[in-house]
Design a protein around this ligand. Sequence first.
Ligand SMILES: [Zn+2]
Length: 488
Amino acid sequence: MSNVPQLIRDVTIAESGRFEAARNQVIVRPYPFPYRAALAVSNDLDSSSPEAFEAWHAYVNGRKPTPNGDGLGLEVADSFWIWSGTGNTTLALHYQFPDEETFVDSPISGRIVELAKLGWFDTLHSLGNWRRDVRLTEPSDLSAGKPKASEYATASRHEVLYAFDKLDRLGIKPEVYVNHSGSPSNVGGPWGFYQKADVKDHPLYCMDLMKNAGIKYHWIDAATDTEKFGNDLSYSDNESLAVALARFPWAPFLRRRVQDKVVPVELPSDPRLARQMLLNIFNSSLFTLPAQDGQLFYAFKRYRGAYQPTASTFPIQVTSAELDELERQRGCVIVYQHFGVFSHLGRSPLIGRRMRRRTASPVFDQHAVACWEDIAERWRSNRLFVAATGRLLNYLWLRRALIMQTEKLPEKWVVTLMNFQCPVLGNRPVTASDLNGFSLLVPAEAPDVVVILNGASQPLKVTRDIDPVHPDHHAVYLAWSALEWPQK
Ligand SMILES: [Zn+2]
């Protein structure tokens, strides 16, 4: 246990994120009925040609024959950029840098808008590429013969204002924001060093603008699992939890870079909060963290695995054995990918990087097709919930933020959905659009269960079924409605 932080060495399964259906209570089911585990793929668009993008989505999301086989009809969304930089023909609204005088809409921008409005582009992969590498912006770089001040990246809040105004005018509202290698518009949180979006006195500071624009969830570089497949795993006993804690690669989470030095990451001074932060890092898909400006934001974890996450490594990243274990432990995984990139297996990282190239149709080889078919089979057999990253996170958020009241009368229980209370996104009423797949667990012996939105005159049209995952419980639910891919 030596590598496990002292603060959590005595943790038990009750605190570890293990889900238990309550004895005599109504609670929100971990995932929509009837699924036992959940998966999303969070794909960074880097290098994705518009052709490769259409090819792999037609196979994964569509329902028609494709070169990879018949479409699987899965809900797997994608990410986009505002700016890709000059000549970078990928999934961006502009093939230009943010400091250009005027912007031209890229040839793919219409398609991005069309799909974003339908929910298929739910993620901004940062705002995109700036002309120069932002990692050359530290004043300390001015010494030691590094680039002159005039060569440093300039990035400003005006550019961010343009970006969100553009999205607003286009009528698209991504809710997820994931950092992109070296972008100044990245968020750093407790591990921040080159990331500028959450640095209050930096010219690019824009955490407030992102929140106003409707960004709810951030993936930051540090929130990456390299070994542990999935979070919110229910450990069966304290021994298996202790093994998992000892196997967890703690070191990258416990340090941060400050210019050329590596220092311990700052944990909350209150030991209870510090303990909770460590537990979240270990086994939460979605949790709050302080940004570099001190404000709380929602971070989520992505699973990378040991290799660079590309179309080539996907089948060794998401294996049947990992998925079996995820189902057994009723966990949730958000897979980190770059389906626009082909990389060679088994090469050293240095050579491997040089040999990377764009994927072309058909994007997936036989190994990756088998991997997708396995995922689709688990979805079709009602075991694995597969949803767009933002929609999966919305469900996980609802579990944390929803306030309910249950009135237990002899002939029926009346569950009122009061409101949402959230330390990050604030308090607000519950609306019908929040309730896709909304599922409650009730004790099997409970009488009729009526579910009502606070203030509504009619109850929700819920269904009640024996729960296949949680013994002695029934599910009271609204069916999940998946996105439909617009066939070309
Ligand atoms: Zn990227």
